[in-house]
Write a protein that binds this ligand. Structure first.
Ligand SMILES: [Zn+2]
Length: 208
């Protein structure tokens, strides 16, 4: 069964329009496999690094080291000595209602949209102009069982691989179909894809 990884893109067009009304139109850019704004510019965090992540209290503690490992993949591979992500709180309180609240949060959902049962996770990014300022990750723990260990299990989704994919969205990456990329739209049960592929690294260099 092919399982889908969701990406929800919220356009902060109101802010962007205000700025552009009194400035030159921005130059379109190559996508480099990034999400692009309506002016075809890549959206990313630019120099606002590291991205500060919060783990909501719904995230089970056994997932913490797996999330740390996924973040390390970016910190060690992409940053060139620069820290890309920093987890500033674990077990953060607050309701299960991700939205634009100033906190980039990872949530673990025990119930999920009934119309999207094959969606393993959903990352929402918020930006202004071409700069991302917040991202929220929802994990679907209602329809999927996750594997937290080092090797794999055929009937469970590898959480490490899933997190590497979703964190790619946080940085602004879109889906692609290139073999070996962590940004493929599907992740099968038992499939392992924990390391950034060559294309992912090349793409990220366009912005980071
Ligand atoms: Zn995705």
């Amino acid at each position: 069964m092919k399982l889908r990884l969701g990406l929800s893109i919220l356009l902060m067009v109101a802010i962007a329009t205000l700025i552009q009304a009194c400035s030159r139109p921005p130059t379109p850019q190559e996508s480099c496999n990034f999400v692009q704004n309506p002016e075809q510019q890549r959206v990313s965090w630019k120099s606002s690094l590291p991205v500060k992540l919060y783990l909501h209290s719904s995230v089970p503690a056994e997932a913490y080291p797996v999330i740390d490992k996924a973040i390390s993949e970016y910190n060690l591979t992409v940053g060139g000595g620069r820290e890309m992500f920093k987890i500033v709180a674990r077990g953060a309180s607050g309701d299960m209602n991700p939205g634009r609240d100033g906190y980039s949060m990872i949530y673990w959902f025990g119930s999920w949209d009934k119309s999207r049962p094959t969606e393993q996770a959903r990352t929402t990014i918020y930006w202004s102009g071409s700069e991302i300022f917040e991202a929220d990750i929802r994990i679907n723990a209602a329809n999927f069982r996750y594997y937290f260990g080092e090797d794999t299990h055929f009937s469970e989704v590898d959480l490490n691989s899933l997190m590497v994919h979703e964190i790619g969205h946080v940085l602004g990456l879109a889906h692609n179909v290139t073999s070996g990329s962590v940004m493929n739209i599907t992740l099968d049960q038992g499939q392992v894809r924990r390391r950034l592929g060559a294309m992912d690294q090349t793409s990220l260099k366009c912005e980071y």
